[in-house]
Design a protein around this ligand. Structure first.
Ligand code: ADP
Ligand code: MG
Length: 324
């Protein structure tokens, strides 16, 4: 292994890259200066995927969902506790028990349908994060309830990757875990990373950029995994746990920038559910510790003050920038 230890020695640090599918998405891991760290990160994310998958037969989450109670790996228990804290803190805008509703809309089978009201109200009886018990290495659910860490898993994976990097020889890495990005350390030459914010109308393009270092950036977009119903309406995969219906509040995407992947990922979903004004109140209510970019369908970009300096709208995009 080679690493440039002498400041200004001019040589480049080796870059070790790997791309793979995990957590139902495409992942790219670039680690500078430590090949083993790159391998360990891939192995850990693959392991987490195996534990957290709602569809994999042997995953911890499947076992819990099938039998209502099961012991779980330390990583699953940690994620459950962290997620439940965030479910409570966001007043249930994030709810890791919304899975029966997600399934009914067909977001898992891809056999999409609009459920009737009776079915939805019956399923909503099963949605309540307050009834999930994490105790003595075991997770227990009420009868019929099901867990889904889909809204937080990639962020949590980024946190685990960060921990691996912290104890490695590497001081620089860029991970893109299906749109959840870990910008670790600085780019070569001491520059900050430049992270693109997807254009909701064409998610292969970027409507803007954020420059940062040592941050985890997560985006939830209504344009991801959505479907057009028989009624011609577009239904997104982000569900309001109070109504059981996909959120339709004028928001096209929420990006959260923070030091914690679990927080960024959870809040990207939760602030989407809250809506623009409630999201602003939540951020102001001394919850701090994170910054956000909310893009709305009327072409406004609401940006929290803490990152307004490091956010740039890309050429050719006419978003009205509103700093809050
Ligand atoms: P992505 O998976 O595209 O990054 P999110 O992080 O917003 O997007 O997670 C959305 C996923 O989380 C959905 O596919 C669904 O499985 C689940 N989900 C949807 N609505 C909620 C919610 N209000 N709380 C918790 N999980 C949710
Ligand atoms: Mg999320």
């Amino acid at each position: 292994m080679f690493a440039c230890l002498t400041a200004g020695c001019g040589a480049q640090t080796n870059k070790y890259s790997e791309s793979f599918d995990a957590m139902d998405t495409f992942m790219q891991v670039d680690v500078y200066g430590d090949e083993q760290a790159m391998k360990d990160i891939k192995a850990e994310i693959t392991r987490l995927d195996g534990l957290l998958s709602t569809t994999g037969e042997d995953s911890d989450v499947s076992k819990i969902n099938k039998s209502g109670s099961a012991t779980a790996d330390e990583a699953v228990l940690g994620l459950a506790e962290k997620s439940l804290d965030l479910c409570r803190d966001t007043g249930g805008a994030l709810d890791i028990t919304v899975y029966p509703v997600v399934e009914e809309w067909g977001f898992i089978s891809k056999d999409y349908k609009i459920p009737d009201e009776k079915t939805l109200s019956d399923l909503l009886q099963l949605v309540d994060h307050n009834k999930v018990a994490v105790k003595d290495g075991r997770i227990t659910l009420p009868k019929g309830a099901k867990l889904d860490f889909g809204a937080v898993a990639k962020g949590y994976a980024a946190d685990r990757a960060k921990a691996i990097l912290d104890s490695s020889q590497s001081d620089s890495a860029l991970l893109n875990l299906g749109g959840t990005v870990l910008a670790y350390g600085e780019k070569e030459g001491g520059k900050k990373w430049k992270i693109g914010i997807a254009d909701p109308e064409n998610s292969a393009g970027y409507m803007g950029y954020i420059t940062c270092k040592d941050k985890i950036i997560a985006t939830s977009g209504s344009y991801e995994r959505c479907f057009t119903g028989d009624d011609g309406k577009i239904y997104s995969h982000i569900i309001d746990p109070k109504t059981g219906v996909p959120v339709d509040n004028g928001i096209e995407s929420v990006t959260i920038i923070s030091d914690s992947g679990a927080l960024s990922d959870a809040l990207s979903t939760a602030l989407f559910v809250m809506g623009r004004e409630e999201a602003e109140r939540y951020h102001k209510k001394a919850h701090g510790g994170f910054n956000y970019i909310i893009l709305t369908s009327d072409k406004k970009a609401y940006v929290s003050g803490g990152i307004s300096e490091s956010f740039t709208v890309a050429d050719g995009y006419d978003y009205e920038l509103i700093v809050l």
